[in-house]
Design a protein around this ligand. Structure first.
Ligand code: MLT
Length: 335
């Protein structure tokens, strides 16, 4: 009898300890419970309808199925993607907030802003890359130019009257358009939107003259004939747009700013969660139905062997080391 009662006490204490450990973040029980407690929020730092948003939604759907918990996309647009990226960096590191970042928010913004509210290398756990996309110069349908060569002549004389739409300061479309102005010595105004989704609406409506947009969202408009493609910002043509010449073919090299997209979590997110999300992203990268929608739109899958959290972190660092000094020496910093 006594023995039984002691055992009951003992079992009750054990149950209490287990319950307490489940409730305390950082203990093994809490980590292994992820993602049972609530949906995971995926911050998209741009407006809906742009390439970052499109990629995020496709991956959110896949990851959600894979981890057995909803992944809810939240668009936190503004300041060229830096508002949403800062929010993600400062979120609780519990695996319930992640973000999609890209070459704009996590590379060119470092060079363009004097001070960023986050450090792309040290303020995050790096979950994995989703791919790389070429940028394409597209112009409104009735702009009186039909080749990149004609565009170069046109912008030199009409540049000051021209508007190029971008996703805001620091974004990759801003970077592409700034490099174009710099390379051609032109002075087209850069019009800042909260993402290239709304900028594209204005380009199609003829409110602005041009955009340097990635293939993912440029291609459907090119195919529908609502905008004219003039050149891809690559050293050679890309398979998804075989009829569009590369800028290098016109003797204008150095514009190939590769727009990668990848996923990040706040620094301190537990390693087992980081590893689970890395596995899920890598599965998505080779998933046939996902690839069938991404490849025709020019999204190039990353090298899986390098797509570990450490590999992705090193990649971002290398891209910053490569682009930021070039941007600084070209005087591309914003005031
Ligand atoms: C960019 O220009 O950085 C992106 O295309 C923005 C977006 O996804 O809207």
């Amino acid at each position: 009898m006594t023995k039984t009662r002691n055992m009951r006490i003992c079992c009750r204490s054990l149950a209490a300890v287990l319950a307490a450990s489940m409730a305390m973040p950082g203990l093994a029980g809490a980590q292994s419970a992820w993602p049972a407690a609530k949906p995971v929020t995926m911050i998209v730092p741009f407006a809906a309808g742009g390439p970052t948003d499109v990629i995020a939604r496709r991956y959110a759907e896949f990851i959600s199925r894979d981890i057995g918990q909803s992944v809810v996309v939240e668009n936190v647009a503004g300041a060229g993607g830096t508002t949403g990226s800062a929010r993600a960096a400062k979120a609780a590191p519990d695996g319930y907030t992640i973000q999609i970042g890209q070459a704009g928010t996590h590379v060119s913004a470092v060079g363009l802003f004097k001070k960023l509210p986050y450090d792309p290398v040290n303020d995050y756990e790096h979950l994995g890359l989703a791919g790389d996309l070429p940028q394409v110069l597209i112009v409104k349908k009735d702009l009186p130019v039909n080749s990149f060569k004609e565009f170069v002549d046109y912008i030199k004389t009409n540049g000051e009257k021209m508007n190029i739409g971008t996703a805001g300061p620091g974004s990759s479309s801003h970077m592409g358009a700034s490099m174009l102005n710099l390379r051609l010595g032109s002075k087209a105004a850069l019009v800042q939107y909260r993402g290239t989704g709304p900028a594209m609406n204005d380009l199609v409506a003829g409110q602005i003259e041009a955009m340097v947009e990635v293939s993912l969202t440029a291609t459907p408009q090119i195919q529908a004939g609502t905008v004219k493609p003039l050149a891809v910002f690559r050293t050679a043509r890309v398979a998804s747009l075989p009829d569009v010449p590369s800028t290098d073919e016109f003797g204008v090299p150095g514009l190939d700013f590769a727009v990668w997209a990848g996923f990040l979590a706040p620094k301190g997110t537990p390693k087992d969660i980081v590893d689970k999300l890395n596995t899920s992203i890598r599965k998505a990268n080779v998933d046939k139905s996902l690839r069938d929608t991404m490849t025709p739109l020019g999204v190039e899958a990353p090298d899986d062997a390098k797509n570990t959290p450490a590999g992705f972190r090193d990649f971002i660092k290398a891209e910053i080391d490569r682009w930021v000094p070039l941007m600084r020496s070209a005087g591309m910093q914003l005031n």
